[in-house]
Design a protein around this ligand. Structure first.
Ligand SMILES: NC(=O)c1ccc[n+]([C@@H]2O[C@H](COP(=O)([O-])OP(=O)(O)OC[C@H]3O[C@@H](n4cnc5c(N)ncnc54)[C@H](O)[C@@H]3O)[C@@H](O)[C@H]2O)c1
Length: 257
């Protein structure tokens, strides 16, 4: 199996290493700017030709929140299964779903490809079920990332918030800005910090007058994201071949795990 990488930055390089370790070939590394990419394109419009020419079995996209939607629009026309890692576009999910169906494409997306984070979601949900039974406990989410991260809060923090809200009926609104007045009980605060090279920390707090319980996932490196993205590409190709999944659909880590 061979994959094309769109975006040959920090994640693109890491995915290449993890793919090769797993016996997955790199058909092409495609980038607008990276000097070491095997295929330099002038704009996203050139992507379809580059991916088709590579004869890749799947294409993995890790670029930039400003570029991802346009890249998706182009990639879904290629007939090659698409795995999207770039975050910051989920507000357009309905539109992307329509595009995938219209083009009979197949797109896998995750705000976080780490297996640990996806198991963390399940732990948070269980904790939410327990704490939501007791009125004295409030909850909040905090995340930290390196200074080059372009979107805030992280897609992962928003996913955690959604999982938590699905089991905590008291919390009905996510607030990501700073509060300039006392927060209301139904507001779930999701706050962000950007500093240094921090690869990604997410903490969920359950707090009462008597105590605080903190659940933290701390990424040590980008390796976990890269391994998950390669696994997602392998899963898509295997499942399509064995007809367990079909073109025209969106898939997520919940389908894979
Ligand atoms: N889902 C996850 O698990 C996960 C994990 C880590 C990072 N991310 C996200 O992935 C994205 C990329 O992260 P990174 O650390 O590799 O960033 P990076 O800045 O190191 O690399 C991005 C690369 O994309 C290239 N690029 C930008 N626009 C492009 C376009 N239109 N076409 C082709 N290439 C283009 C840039 O030249 C650069 O080489 C970010 O949005 C980040 O938040 C997601």
């Amino acid at each position: 199996m061979n994959i094309a990488l769109v975006g040959y930055g920090k994640m693109g390089h890491m995915i290449e290493v993890e793919a090769v370790k797993r016996g997955v070939g790199i058909a092409s590394t495609i980038d607008l700017y990276a000097q070491d990419a095997s295929c330099r394109i002038k704009s996203s419009d050139d992507l379809a030709g580059a991916v088709i020419a590579s004869k890749a079995d799947a294409v993995i996209e890790f670029t930039h929140p400003d570029a991802v939607l346009k890249n998706i629009e182009v990639l879904v026309t290629t007939g090659v299964p698409v795995i999207v890692g770039t975050t910051g576009w989920l507000k357009h999910l309905d539109y992307v779903n329509t595009l995938v169906k219209k083009n009979n494409s197949c797109l896998f997306y995750a705000a976080n490809y780490s297996i640990g984070v996806n198991l963390f979601y399940k732990i948070v949900k269980e904790a939410g079920i327990l704490f939501s039974q007791y009125d004295e406990y409030d909850t909040a989410i905090w995340e930290a990332h390196h200074t080059q991260k372009a979107d805030s809060p992280s897609g992962t923090a928003l996913d955690i918030a959604k999982h938590l809200m699905s089991v905590c009926p008291k919390k009905t609104e996510i607030v990501t800005d700073a509060f300039h007045e006392a927060p209301k009980a139904h507001e779930l605060h999701v706050s962000s910090t950007r500093f240094g090279s921090e690869p990604g920390t997410h903490t969920v707090f359950f707090d009462s007058k008597a105590d605080t319980i903190e659940l933290t996932h701390r990424a040590r490196s980008r390796e976990g994201f890269a391994v998950g993205a390669v696994r997602a590409a392998q899963w898509m190709v295997e499942q399509l071949t064995s007809q367990n999944i079909s073109m025209g659909n969106l898939y997520t880590m919940e389908n894979m795990l």
